[in-house]
Each structure stands twice: as C-alpha cells, then as structure tokens.
Write a protein that binds this ligand. Structure first.
Ligand code: EPU
Length: 442
C-alpha cells in the first residue's frame, strides 16, 4: 500500500502587528516544579533549513522548533521558489527544487539573522546570490565581513548594489573554488555560510578559526549526511573536500541548549525542582558549573535528562559570556536575572556582542540593582523584585524579564513579546505546566 499523503500543516503567517500588540501577564511567586520537554535548537534548525537549498532532493527535518524565526525563514525559502512543506508542527520537508529567483526579499531577510545563510548555498549552486544585510536582534553591530570575505576567498566577487550585497561565482553555477580561508572572528553564521558554500566548491577548503558551537557541528553532520565531505568537526580548523552534488536525507534537530538553560535558570531562581527532558546536557558544561557554584543542585539523571533544583540560598557568581565552550552569550541576560536573587556582588563581562545590555534597564524597572558600563554589568543581590510594565527588547532580554517576573511580587506585564516568539516554543504553556500563573493577552 502506498504511504498516505502527509497532512499539509500550514506555516503560520507572520502576524507582526498582532504579536506586537500581545503581551504576557505574569503573577509572580510560583515555585517551579515538574518536567519540561526542551524543543529543537533554533540556531541549528534555521541553518539546516538554509542547507536545503543545496539539493533538489527532499530534506526532512524533525524536531524543528515551532517558533516565529522558523516561520519567517520558511516564507523566505518559498519566496525564492524553493519547496517547503510542513508535515506537522515540528517536521518540515524542504528542497531547493524550483528556486527561481536569486534575490532574497528584503522584508523577509530582515526578519531574522539566520536568513543571510541562504547566500552561501545559493552562490555555490546557482553562481549568484543577492541580499540586503540580515536582521535579527539589535545586540551589537553584527557585521557580515566574515561571510563575504569567505565567499571572495573561494573566487566570488562581492559588490554592494544599493542596499544589496551581490555575490557572483567566477564562472557561473558550481564554479566556486576551494581555498584556505582564515575567519577574522569565529562567527557562528559566518562559519555556517562559508562551510555550506565550500561543500560544493571545486577542490579542498580549509576554514581556519571556525566557530565550534554545537549548532555549527550539527550543521556539518547534516551536510555530511547529505553527501558532503567535512572533517575536523568541532575543531577550529575545518577541512572540506568539495563534491559535485548533495542529496536529501532525514535529520533530527538537536535540542536547544539556550531554551534548556533558560528553564534551568527558572528552576534555580524560584527555588524549584524541574526535570529538563531532552536537554543537550553534554554541551552545557559552562552553565552547569556556574549554577553549581551559585548553590544550585544539577543532577544528570540520564544522558539527556537533567534535574535542576535549589533549596539553600543563591550565591553571587561572576562570569564572562564567550564563544563555545564558554558560557553562551544567549544566557547572559537570563543569568543576570538569576543573580539579582543571589547574595553578594556578581560581575558579568560580555565578550561576544557589543550591545547585549538592553535587559538592564528593564530589570531595574522591577527593582534590580544592576549597573552596566560598556560590556560589563555589576549585579548586587539579593533584591526583592516587584511587578512592572516591561518590554522584551530582544529574545534573550525578553527571557530575562520573564524570569524576573517569576519571582517578582505582584503582576508583571511584558510587552513586545514577538521577540520571545522568535526563539521560545510555547513559552507560556510550558511555564504554566510548571506552575506559573501566566497568560497571553491581546
Ligand atoms: N562578527 C564579525 N564579523 C562577522 C560576523 C560576526 O565581526 O562577519 C562578530 C559580531 O559582531 C559579534 C560576534 O562576531 O560580535 C559574534 O557574532 P556571530 O556571527 O558569531 O553571531 P551570529 O551568527 O550573528 C549566532 C546566533 C546568535 C548567537 C550568536 C553567538 C543564529 C541565527 N544566531 O549569531 O543567537 O548569540 O551566534 O553564539 O545562529 C539568539 O539565539 O538569541 C541569538 C542572538
């Protein structure tokens, strides 16, 4: 019997204005208890979706998080002419079959940062790609020189035409040449973009100073499952032998270490006891170490099950946000929220982005004692927090105010929650299941 046709599961249309008008209303004071299942990793899933442009075959991705960034990226792929089907809330079937335009629509490129990663695959396969600079959180200058100079090293010409960056391979489709490429900075999406392009370049590419983030490693594994020849995965030097073509495969998106970290911090902050299911515990050492130093119990019950609980008082800890395997910059703001409840003075240094301090003003509205100077913050605690009207200024700043709201006395109203929708699947439902009094209202 032929397999039954998949049920079409439409990608939600972007409803920016509605989401902007929505807010979370949180009544503080809950002690979080129970189990939360961690969703697929945003920053892996988005890169994987771009990799579908490298083949005309079907790429089936499972465990894709049901988040706004995945919706906007799938709309971008459709706008390019690619084939995108959503088989259920967390499964996509994608293919580069049908690509008919090489210019990514500006309004979709600026929806998120990952969308610029269509450039490498398009350039490698079709010999031409054009895009405006990507969007994403306003957390620093976020240049793209690493991406562009990687393409140029492989023989492409990159020009600025109006608002657009236009990249042309030397002799049309399939004409990128393997090269030895030094990345000025181990950029996550820069490494991913250049690595994807190199899979179809002629000859051998060496990427020196590559990012080693788990999501980058997973993308390399996906590409190898599609027929690429990448070695050195997880090292700062990647070796890639170009191949003629890639083929389809089925691949599961790894769980999200930042979402897992956010719930771990929520448990710690509220003096709760939460089991994280399907957490990528092996790639979260920095967080486990800092939480333990702060007086939190972190117990690995199974390879991907971690129990996080706290009974005693929280101690101040200082940290630096660093590239992997250092403490992730995406956990900086959530950790700062936690440290408002810790006894003593904590010092935070942000070493990845130059504008990650947007959360400071919002936490101060809730009574936090935080001062920031440049890329550092000093948190004094513990301070009793109170409900206030605050904004989710970027996805992780939004997580920080949500965490603060959990322990605040009274009611916190969080505006601009479309930022949280970009990176957290069913945030309110997951928190409610752990005992939080939170609702989403218009
Ligand atoms: N940088 C350059 N030149 C470049 C690219 C980056 O100098 O061409 C610098 C940036 O200015 C920044 C640093 O490199 O100071 C890090 O940027 P990177 O390129 O590594 O970050 P990204 O690829 O833009 C991804 C994630 C971010 C995460 C960072 C760091 C995606 C879609 N986004 O961004 O995720 O913070 O890596 O781990 O993969 C989030 O999920 O909230 C988020 C912001």
């Amino acid at each position: 019997m032929a397999p039954s046709a998949p049920t079409p599961y439409p990608v939600p249309r972007m409803t920016a204005t509605r989401a902007r008008a929505e807010r979370y209303v949180v009544h503080g004071g809950a002690v979080l208890r129970g189990t939360v299942r961690i969703s697929g990793a945003k920053n892996a899933a988005l890169a994987f979706m771009c990799a579908s442009l490298l083949t005309d075959d079907d790429l089936i991705l499972t465990n894709v998080p049901d988040i706004r960034d995945a919706w906007s990226l799938s709309q971008l792929l459709v706008a390019l002419g690619a084939t995108v089907e959503r088989l259920d809330a967390n499964t996509f079937r994608l293919s580069g079959r049908g690509v008919s335009t090489y210019e990514a629509p500006s309004e979709l490129i600026t929806e998120n940062r990952a969308s610029f990663q269509v450039m490498g695959p398009m350039l490698a396969r079709h010999g031409y790609a054009s895009s405006v600079p990507p969007g994403g959180d306003v957390i620093g200058q976020r240049p793209i020189d690493v991406h562009l100079s990687g393409f140029e090293a492989m023989g492409a010409t990159v020009t600025r035409e109006g608002e657009h960056y236009v990249a042309r391979a030397p002799n049309g489709p399939g004409s990128l040449r393997g090269a030895r490429i030094f990345l000025d900075y181990p950029s996550v999406s820069g490494t991913q973009n250049v690595m994807m392009a190199a899979t179809l370049a002629k000859g051998h590419t060496t990427i020196v100073n590559a990012a080693t983030e788990p999501e980058v490693q997973q993308l390399a594994h996906l590409l190898n499952a599609m027929g690429a020849r990448i070695s050195g995965i997880g090292n700062q030097i990647l070796e890639i032998d170009g191949v003629e073509s890639l083929h389809g495969t089925e691949f599961r998106v790894m769980p999200d270490r930042i979402e897992a970290g956010t719930y771990a911090i929520a448990a710690a902050m509220t003096g709760g006891d939460v089991r994280l299911e399907d957490a990528p515990a092996d790639v979260m050492d920095a967080l486990w170490m800092k939480l333990t130093a702060a007086g939190v119990q972190v117990e690995r019950e199974a390879p991907n099950i971690v129990r996080v609980a706290r009974e005693g008082r929280l101690r101040a800890v200082s940290f630096q946000a660093l590239p992997y395997p250092g403490l992730a910059t995406d956990l900086h703001a959530p950790m700062a929220a936690l440290l408002t409840q810790a006894h003593g003075v904590s010092i935070i240094h942000e070493r990845v982005f130059d504008n990650r301090m947007l959360y400071v003003g919002e936490l101060r509205k809730m009574g936090a004692e935080i001062v920031s100077t440049g890329s550092s913050a000093i948190v004094s605690g513990p301070t009793p927090l109170h409900g206030a009207r605050v904004r989710a200024l970027d996805v992780r700043a939004g997580a920080a105010v949500m965490l603060a709201a959990l322990v605040a006395q009274g009611t916190t109203v969080i505006d601009e929650i479309h930022h949280l929708d970009r990176g957290y699947e069913r945030l309110d439902a997951k928190l409610r299941a752990l005992g939080v009094d939170v609702e989403r209202t218009a």
